[in-house]
Each structure stands twice: as C-alpha cells, then as structure tokens.
Ligand binder design. Structure first.
Ligand code: DX5
Ligand code: ZN
Length: 218
C-alpha cells in the first residue's frame, strides 16, 4: 500500500518578516513544515539558523518540522537543530563526511533522519543507506532558491528508489522538493513519491484550503 500523500509547505516561501504567521498558516492545512537551512557554501544562498525552529516552538507551533540541511558540514549542526525542536533532519549525500554516523547520531538525538540527493547525483549514491533512513528526498531542482521550474528528468530516479523500497520491504517516505505544484506532484506521485514540499505554490495559492484538499486526493 503506498503511503498517503503528504503536503509539506516550505517556510522559505513564507513571509520572512513574520515567519510565525506563515508557519501558523501552513499548520492550518498541513501537519508538516519544511525548513530549508542554507550555508552559502554547499548552496549559493543563506536562510535560517537553529534559532528559527526554536523560536517557532516558543511561539507555540506544534507542526512536525522537516528540516533540510543544505550545508557543507551538516554533522556539525545536527545537535543544534535537534535541540531546536526539529523532528526530521535531512542531510545531503554530496559533501564528504561520515553519512552513516551522522544518520545514526540524528536518531540518537531523538529525530527522524533523511538523506537527500541533488539532481546530478544518481540514485545509486544513496542505495547502500536506504535501510538507515526514515526519508529519502529527491531534489527536483538544483537547491538554493525557491521558485525554480520542476525537472521532469528526475522522475526515473523516483521510480528507481521506489522500486528498491518495494522490493526490500522498506518504509521510508519518498519526498520531492523544488517546483512542486499540483501538476508536477501528480507526476511524482505516479513515479512513487508520497511527500511533497511546496513553497511558492502553497504560499501563492489563492485558496490554500482547496490546494491542500487537492493534494490529499493525489
Ligand atoms: C530549494 C529548497 C526548497 C524550496 C522549494 O533549494 O530546498 O525547499 O523551498 O521552493 P519551491 O516550491 O518554490 O520550488
Ligand atoms: Zn528544501
């Protein structure tokens, strides 16, 4: 049985002068919130530090925080993000550090863990780690900025990873991030994805309730 589709609004597309209001808006329609952490090295942009999820918790947000670390040295920051009240911490496969130890450490800290691949990274790069993660995130744009067009050439990668998941009886979520709207999410759903990060499409939707309802029916 495929997992039910899960909409994950991305805070990056919210109002940076009022992140709590954007997070609350998202929480009205979705149980998860995606938080993008960028360091200006692994990606050419900067976003939030651990103080943002910590402050959102203090502001009363109860959402599941799905934290996407786009960092050259993620292993140095997982403790800070776990302490800040995030629930899942996803780390990229591309930088050189001990991925296995870092994934295990994330779980020791009481969080779920995810592994992320850039568009240029083949599925084979994460294949040995599939039994160690709660989530696999396939980037459907080059990470760094919201509002980029979806890359349909990532669909075969989703099918490949979903195929491994089924043949091995694994339970991780298969998430997509970048250029996701209803139309591109439907393509990803058909290719095996179940977890859909939506930044621009969610925050710019004229009717967010209808948007969330349509996602639930994917
Ligand atoms: C991009 C980030 C995404 C971003 C997606 O580097 O990882 O999470 O918020 O934004 P949209 O949905 O606008 O493509
Ligand atoms: Zn992201």
């Amino acid at each position: 049985m495929p997992l039910a589709p899960l909409l994950v609004p991305s805070l990056l597309a919210g109002d940076h002068a009022n992140l709590a209001a954007s997070a609350r808006r998202a929480a009205e329609f979705a149980p998860w919130l995606h938080i993008d952490i960028m360091d200006g090295h692994f990606v050419p942009n900067l976003t939030f530090g651990p103080e943002v999820p910590a402050a959102l918790r203090r502001a009363g947000l109860k959402t599941f925080f799905d934290t996407h670390l786009m960092l050259a040295e993620p292993q140095k920051y997982i403790e800070a993000f776990a302490k800040a009240g995030t629930n899942n911490i996803s780390i990229h496969i591309e930088p050189a550090y001990d991925h296995r130890t870092t994934l295990a450490r994330i779980r020791e800290l009481g969080c779920q863990c995810g592994i992320v691949l850039n568009p240029g990274t083949p599925a084979a790069a994460i294949e040995p780690l599939l039994g160690l993660v709660d989530l696999v995130l396939v980037m459907t744009v080059q990470p760094g900025f919201g509002g980029q067009p979806f890359r349909s050439d990532m669909l075969p990668k989703l099918r490949e990873i979903d195929g491994w998941r089924q043949s091995r009886g694994l339970k991780f979520r298969l998430e997509v991030d970048g250029g996701i709207d209803l139309a591109t999410a439907a393509q990803c759903r058909a290719a095996g994805a179940d977890t859909f990060v939506a930044g621009t499409s969610f925050f710019k939707a004229a009717d967010q309730a209808a948007f969330a309802k349509a996602f639930a029916a994917l």
